[in-house]
Design a protein around this ligand. Structure first.
Ligand code: FEO
Length: 409
C-alpha cells in the first residue's frame, strides 16, 4: 500500500476496513468503513489519529509511511484528536515502535491515554488555540471540539494548506470505493456516502448535535480548503457539501426534518400487519413517502438513520402480555438514547383480551418531545371501518409533517 497525497506535506496513511465486526460492537458495517490516519511533514513529522487492530490496519499504516521513506522511528508526534479506540487502539504498539515520539492530545485526553494504554510519559495536553510548529512552515493549531464525539475530542488545523483534521466530525460509514476524494467520486457514489454518513451520524454522533453545531461555529472563521475526517471521504473539491450536510443532520434533532415518514412495525399473527397497507396508502395519498422497517427482523442501525431524518414516525405493534410488543421496546430505547426528538408520531396495533401497549408506549415516550396523534387500536383483526380509520390517520400525519418548518437554525 502506498500513501495518498492530500496536499503539500500531508498524506493519507489510513486503512480501508472490510469486516464482519460491528462498529462499536453494535452497528453493522456491511459496506465497510475507513479509519483515516494522516502524516504531516515539516522539518518534524506528526501522525494525526491512528488506527485500531482491524484487518491489519497498523501494517497498512506502517507500509504507507514506508512508501514516503518514513519509518515509525522518524515520527516526532502522535496527535490524538480523539481517544476512542477506533483511532487509538494500536497506540501502545506504535508508540513503542516509534521509540520517542511525543503524544499530543487535548487536556481532557491526557488521563484517557493513561487509562486506556497506561502511557504517562511524553504526553502533552493542549487547549484551543495552542500550536505545534513542525518547522518548514507547517504550524498546526488545535481547537477543542468537546463531545464530537467524546468530551476530550479536538480538531487540528494546518493553516498552510487550509486542511482541517476533523476526526469523527464530517465522517461516514462506508469503505472507499477506489478513490479517497470527494471530487473524484461519482454522483451515484455520493448518494451511497450520503446514506452512510446519515447512518453514521444517527448511530454515533446524533445525541451530540448541539455540540456539532457549536464546533462548526467555532471553526467557521478558519479558511478551510480541505476537510480530512477520520472516517470516509476527504473533501477537497467542495468541503461545504459535507459541512452543510452535517448542519442539516444536527438540525434534524430540532424543528427541521425531511418530509418523509418512517414506519416501524412488528406483528405476532398478522392482525397488526393487516393495517399496514391502509396506513401507508393514507400517507401516499398526500404524496409523502414511507420507509418501512419490520422488527425484530430489521437492524436498528438502519431504522435510526431513517427515523433521524424523518419528520414523522409511525409505530405498528400489538399488545403483548398487557405491554408493548417487546422488539419495539428496543427500538424506542435506541430512539430515546440517540435523542430522536421533535417528531410527529402515530401508533396503531391489535390486542387480544385487553390492551396495554399504548399505556406502556406513552410512558416510554414521555421525554421524547414528540407530537403524538390519537392511537388506533383494534381487538383482533381490523374491521373495514378500522382500515378506513387507518387510512385517514396515515393521511392526517402526512398532512401534518408537510408543514414542519424547513428553516435551518
Ligand atoms: Fe471514530 Fe468516536 O470514534
Amino acid at each position: 500500500m502506498k500513501a495518498t497525497k492530500i496536499t503539500d506535506g500531508v498524506h493519507w496513511i489510513g486503512a480501508n476496513i472490510s469486516t464482519n465486526d460491528l462498529f462499536e460492537g453494535i452497528w453493522p458495517i456491511p459496506h465497510g468503513v475507513t479509519i483515516n490516519s494522516y502524516v504531516v511533514k515539516g522539518e518534524k513529522i506528526a501522525i494525526i489519529d491512528l488506527v485500531r487492530d482491524w484487518a491489519g490496519a497498523s501494517n497498512y499504516l506502517i507500509e504507507e509511511l514506508k512508501s514516503l521513506g518514513i519509518s515509525l522511528k522518524d515520527v516526532d508526534y502522535f496527535i490524538l484528536n480523539h481517544l476512542e479506540p477506533d483511532h487509538t487502539g494500536d497506540l501502545r504498539a506504535l508508540y513503542e515502535l516509534a521509540g520517542g515520539a511525543e503524544i499530543i492530545t487535548s487536556k481532557k485526553g491526557v488521563p484517557l491515554v493513561d487509562a486506556f494504554y497506561g502511557l504517562k510519559d511524553k504526553v502533552r495536553g493542549v487547549s484551543s488555540g495552542d500550536t505545534l510548529d513542525l518547522g518548514g512552515g507547517k504550524v498546526l493549531t488545535f481547537y477543542d471540539a468537546p463531545n464530537v464525539h467524546w468530551p476530550e475530542t479536538m480538531v487540528t488545523f494546518d493553516s498552510s494548506t487550509g486542511t482541517l483534521f476533523s476526526c469523527d466530525a464530517f465522517g461516514s460509514f462506508g469503505a472507499l470505493k477506489g478513490c479517497l476524494f470527494d471530487d473524484q467520486t461519482s454522483e451515484e457514489d455520493h448518494k451511497f456516502y450520503e446514506r452512510e454518513s446519515l447512518r453514521y451520524y444517527s448511530n454515533i454522533v446524533g445525541p451530540f448535535s448541539n455540540f456539532v453545531l457549536k464546533a462548526i461555529d467555532a471553526v467557521s472563521s478558519l479558511d478551510i480548503k480541505i476537510i480530512a475526517p477520520s472516517h470516509g471521504l476527504v473533501w477537497r473539491g467542495n468541503p461545504k457539501r459535507i459541512i452543510d450536510r452535517y448542519i442539516a443532520y444536527a438540525n434534524y434533532m430540532k424543528d427541521y426534518a425531511e418530509p418523509k415518514i418512517t414506519l416501524i412495525w412488528g406483528s405476532m399473527y398478522g392482525n397488526t400487519e393487516l393495517m399496514l397497507r391502509s396506513v401507508i396508502q393514507g400517507v401516499a395519498s398526500e404524496g409523502v413517502s414511507t420507509e418501512v422497517f419490520r422488527v425484530p427482523q430489521d437492524n436498528i442501525s438502519f431504522i435510526l438513520a431513517s427515523a433521524w431524518e424523518s419528520a414523522g414516525i409511525i409505530f405498528g405493534m400489538p399488545t403483548y402480555e398487557y405491554k408493548m410488543y417487546p422488539p419495539m421496546r428496543d427500538v424506542l430505547n435506541h430512539l430515546a438514547q440517540k435523542h430522536t426528538w421533535k417528531k410527529k408520531v402515530f401508533r396503531f396495533g391489535s390486542f387480544g383480551w385487553s390492551g396495554g401497549a399504548q399505556k406502556d408506549f406513552d410512558s416510554m415516550i414521555e421525554k421524547m418531545k414528540w407530537d403524538v396523534l390519537d392511537p388506533l387500536e383494534f381487538q383482533g383483526a381490523p374491521s373495514y371501518e378500522d382500515l378506513d380509520k387507518g387510512f385517514e390517520m396515515g393521511k392526517k400525519l402526512a398532512q401534518e409533517i408537510k408543514v414542519i418548518p424547513r428553516k435551518l437554525k
